[in-house]
Design a protein around this ligand. Structure first.
Ligand code: PA5
Length: 430
């Protein structure tokens, strides 16, 4: 059950102001649910969550099992949602150091940058290891993953020969169109689908996220069940719906002059989830000269770097804090007979007890400093919860963007850097 705490947002806002947005939120939610808003041919993600495995999910699990049997490493090639979605889920559920554990294949990500160093390091890491490729791209022509695909498929072929390399190449792309679909068909690569009506940043619950997650040992059925539960629970047209609360509050903060939303979390493993959230809201809302700038911070680490800015810098931010249930396995603080650091007063306390107090102390300091704070509780970190979380943020984003008056599902601005780069590279036609 997702719970949003609204008690620390009323600095410049009032409850009547929130309630006044009811018609607006309702209209935005209806536009989305009825498929009548701008970009309505990209709302397929609303219906992705399922309680039982689909045929595609069964095939994903079978492919994941093969990869787990024959590979030490899965290299996931993709950028944008094809990179941030799977990496966010894997790091949050298996830990950011999952590649150091021996229980599951290592997952390396490629095609999300143009760094020579990163590519050469990847090649070094693959030496002496059995590996497979999961190439993820809707178009197949995005520069970064396309360059990585060229390089890595030849590396794979040189290592295993054409026939065996073919069996180690898995593709996730559009079912009918695009360069990668054509390559998959011509080369005979096993392929999975990104539905045409699902854009990159809304694709984590398709094969885009599910295949790498399953290879990493994540229970994708439980994740989809969590998302399906959220889809049902959040299909409510009232302010009891936490997606309504979140969408309305962030729009009200924006209208009250806040320029940035800072997503904070006290779990280091949530860093990549922060990246996924940043793309979801940034690419969906940042257009027509509008939108909150989405930034992220890992507390308590970043309290020792950004904390000063948050407390006393320009008063143009508000915070959204991800909260998860306390861990079941506790770690206790021990006594030190010399007590030079003065921490003996915490003897016998658990680490999560200290974390909770750090959260509460930070919350009241930031609120006192003029930064509204919206804590959102998601329950324990597990597949179901993360499925719920993904769906919650996607739905909130769709509603919020319609309230803002923008099309959440396009990204025309991304073309500008590409156009300049292609011109400088001498691409024909630019
Ligand atoms: O959200 C989006 O649609 C984008 O971020 C894309 O995911 C990204 O540009 C990659 O595109 P493609 O899947 O065509 O390689």
């Amino acid at each position: 059950m997702i719970e949003l705490d609204m008690s620390n947002v009323w600095g410049e806002l009032s409850l009547p102001q929130l309630l006044e947005t009811e018609k607006e939120v309702f209209a935005a939610h209806q536009l989305l649910a009825e498929g009548k808003g701008p970009g309505n041919d990209f709302i397929g993600w609303l219906d992705l969550p399922v309680m039982e495995d689909t045929a595609e999910m069964i095939r994903i699990k079978q492919a994941a099992e093969r990869i787990r049997q024959d590979s030490d490493v899965l290299v996931v090639i993709g950028i944008g949602g094809s990179y941030l979605g799977p990496r966010a889920a894997i790091e949050l559920l298996r830990g950011q150091n999952h590649n150091l554990k021996n229980s599951d294949p290592q997952i390396f990500f490629a095609g999300n940058n143009l760094s020579t160093r990163a590519y050469q390091e990847l090649c070094e890491l693959l030496e002496g290891k059995d590996f497979s490729l999961n190439i993820i791209s809707k178009s197949g022509t995005t520069t970064e993953p396309a360059i990585a695909t060229r390089a890595l498929r030849w590396l794979l072929e040189r290592r295993y020969g054409t026939e065996k390399a073919r069996k180690r190449t898995y593709v996730t792309t559009d079912p009918a169109n695009g360069a990668l679909r054509q390559m998959a068909n011509e080369e005979g690569w096993e392929s999975f689908i990104i539905p045409p009506n699902v854009g990159g940043r809304f694709s984590v619950l398709t094969a885009v996220g599910l295949l790498p997650m399953a290879v990493a040992g994540i229970d994708i059925t439980a994740m989809m069940r969590g998302a399906a539960k959220a889809a049902k629970e959040l299909d409510v047209r009232s302010f009891e719906n936490p997606a309504w609360q979140y969408a309305a509050l962030r729009n009200l903060q924006y209208r009250a002059g806040k320029a940035m939303e800072l997503l904070c979390f006290y779990e280091p493993d949530a860093r990549m989830l922060g990246g996924w959230w940043q793309q979801l809201f940034g690419e969906s809302e940042g257009k027509d000269g509008k939108g909150l700038f989405p930034v992220t911070a890992e507390f308590t680490a970043d309290l020792h770097s950004l904390g000063q800015m948050i407390q006393q810098g320009q008063r143009n931010i508000f915070e959204t804090v991800l909260r998860f249930a306390p861990p079941k396995n506790k770690t206790t603080i021990e006594v030190d007979w010399k007590d030079l650091d003065g921490l003996n007063y915490l003897e016998g306390r658990t680490l999560d007890f200290v974390e909770e107090k750090a959260f509460l102390g930070t919350l009241s300091a930031h609120v006192d400093g003029g930064v509204p704070v919206i804590p959102i509780s998601f329950g324990e970190i597990c597949e179901e919860t993360i499925g719920e979380l993904f769906y919650f943020f996607q739905l909130s984003c769709g509603i919020s963007a319609y309230m803002l008056g923008v099309n959440p599902f396009n990204q025309p601005g991304v073309e500008f850097y590409k156009r300049n780069m292609f011109k400088l590279l001498g691409k024909p036609g630019y």
